[in-house]
Design a protein around this ligand. Structure first.
Ligand SMILES: NC(=O)c1ccc[n+]([C@@H]2O[C@H](COP(=O)([O-])OP(=O)(O)OC[C@H]3O[C@@H](n4cnc5c(N)ncnc54)[C@H](O)[C@@H]3O)[C@@H](O)[C@H]2O)c1
Length: 295
């Protein structure tokens, strides 16, 4: 399987390195606007693979390699963007227009996974620019947020992460919706295991955990790299996990995090039941995306 990563900063380079551990990944194509950076990331990853006897072919900044690439992972950004969603959107939108032209000049017809923020809107914009099948382009969405909450719950309730299921949905941002009614610990509803005070605080604590990482390191990389590795593993090894990623909602004509499954080479949403207050929060989250989306 051949995977391209566009944007080789903190996130893209960590994803590239981590993908070398996924079964069946045997070729990487790396892209960055900074040619030397792309070359340096290629050489560094190759050196790591050599120590572990991994035979993975790596090329960089060659658009024609996209013709037979299976998956593109889109991680562009520019350093030093102020912590302002609209500013970030304007900058990433412009970069996305350039990269879409680049992809459009190739015969690429695989799956696209967007990571660049604001991820729900950028996924939607790239889909529009490429006039791409809605089911073949997704965003990492609330997969990382869901993992963060699972991680927090695992520590709090002294439970193995693999025994926790459930989803955060909506925007990958401040209006995301923790669907606590969907969370189960060893098949027991989370809502029966925690008190009212904890019901209000668990999601907030998980968000603070993420904020601490971002503010202290200046970026996050390992969490998102593992989320993307999981998506790639599901695609190339035909796994049937249901994951909360940014997929297309036909009714609202936009993308946001929702449980989805990969089947017949497409990502399809899976309906889940929501309590009234969760529905209300999802509507608010959708409204916050509509407020920024300008295409
Ligand atoms: N969705 C999530 O859960 C999640 C989590 C973490 C980070 N992110 C997002 O991922 C993105 C990347 O973050 P980062 O920390 O790696 O940023 P970064 O600034 O370290 O890296 C971005 C890279 O993109 C490159 N780039 C810019 N324009 C390009 C172009 N036209 N073609 C190719 N490469 C180009 C830059 O040279 C840089 O190397 C950001 O938008 C960040 O908010 C998303």
């Amino acid at each position: 399987m051949k995977i391209a990563i566009i944007g080789l900063g903190n996130v893209g380079s960590t994803i590239a390195y981590q993908l070398c551990n996924i079964d069946k990944v045997n070729e990487l194509v790396l892209f960055d606007i900074d040619d030397n950076k792309a070359k340096a990331q290629k050489l560094d990853i190759e050196d790591g693979n050599a120590s572990l006897n991994k035979e993975i072919k790596i090329s960089y900044n060659n658009d024609q390699e996209l013709n037979d690439t299976d998956i593109i992972i889109y991680c562009v950004s520019i350093g030093g963007i102020p912590n302002n969603r609209l500013e970030e959107y304007k900058i990433t939108k412009k970069i996305t227009e350039d990269v879409a032209k680049q992809i459009n000049n190739t015969k690429f017809n695989g799956i696209i996974i967007c990571v660049s923020n604001p991820v729900d809107i950028i996924t939607n914009y790239l889909q529009k620019l490429l006039n791409y099948d809605y089911h073949k382009i997704i965003g990492s969405g609330t997969l990382l947020d869901t993992s963060r909450l699972k991680c927090y719950l695992s520590n709090k309730l002294d439970t193995k992460i693999k025994d926790i299921t459930g989803y955060i949905i909506g925007e990958h941002g401040s209006t995301q919706v923790p669907v606590l009614s969907s969370f189960k610990i060893n098949n027991r509803s989370l809502l029966t295991l925690i008190n009212d005070e904890d019901k209000n605080s668990v999601h907030k604590e998980a968000l603070e955990r993420a904020l601490f990482v971002k503010e202290t390191k200046g970026f996050t990389n390992y969490g998102i790299a593992s989320s993307v590795s999981l998506i790639v593993d599901i695609i190339i090894n035909h796994k049937n996990n249901i994951i909360s990623i940014s997929t297309y909602d036909e009714k609202e004509d936009l993308y946001y995090g929702y449980p989805s499954i990969f089947k017949d080479n497409k990502f399809i949403r899976q309906e889940i039941s929501l309590l009234d207050n969760e529905k209300e929060l999802l509507n608010k989250s959708i409204a916050s995306i509509i407020k920024v989306k300008d295409f």
